[in-house]
Design a protein around this ligand. Structure first.
Ligand code: HEM
Length: 145
């Protein structure tokens, strides 16, 4: 996220700060925009007090392991959104192997994902991501139950 801060002098002499989100939004989905979205999303995931430990418990905490995960996720979203056919994994199997976690965390995952999609794209494209993520989440939930 990139912010600019605007400092405005009030009539009474005090200063007031406004924050404006100025991240450039991608007008279409490209391999580059996918990379930006995935990187931003997993930065939030790793910082999240509830999701972070679940992910780091399986992926690890070192940068090399995360780089590997991110490369897989670029392929995944490229296959989903650009039908590039680059992803050949089995997410259901992978999620089944993760130690049991609270199913409610899916909602937290989806909220963070939606927030990120809206940071990277305008509403129209963000909605496409959100719709796809919700549908995939519903099917993944059945695997982890
Ligand atoms: C609370 C919800 C979720 C949790 C805790 C979670 C956790 C994880 C973890 C720990 C991995 C790494 C697995 C490994 O390397 O063995 C992973 C991989 C993955 N996740 Fe999730 N996930 C969640 C939701 C989702 C959703 C909603 C999607 C899709 C929209 C998704 C798509 C994927 C994909 C494609 C992989 C890569 C699988 C592969 O290695 O081929 N995940 N997830």
């Amino acid at each position: 996220m990139y912010y600019i801060y605007i400092l405005k002098k009030e009539n009474n002499g005090s200063n007031r700060t406004f924050t404006v989100d100025t991240q450039m939004k991608y007008k279409e989905i490209t391999e580059e925009s996918i990379k930006v979205l995935v990187d931003q999303f997993y930065t939030k995931i790793r910082q999240d007090s509830e999701l972070g430990p679940v992910f780091e418990g399986t992926i690890g905490v070192d940068e090399a392991s995360w780089k590997k995960h991110l490369l897989i996720m670029y392929d995944f979203w490229s296959s989903i959104m650009l039908t590039s056919g680059r992803y050949h994994g089995n997410p259901h199997q992978k999620h089944q192997n993760i130690p049991a976690f609270d199913i409610q965390l899916f909602d937290r995952w989806l909220n963070l994902f939606s927030e990120t999609a809206h940071e990277v794209h305008d509403f129209r494209i963000a909605k496409q991501y959100v719709d796809r993520s919700q549908r995939i989440a519903e099917s993944l939930k059945l695997s982890v139950k």
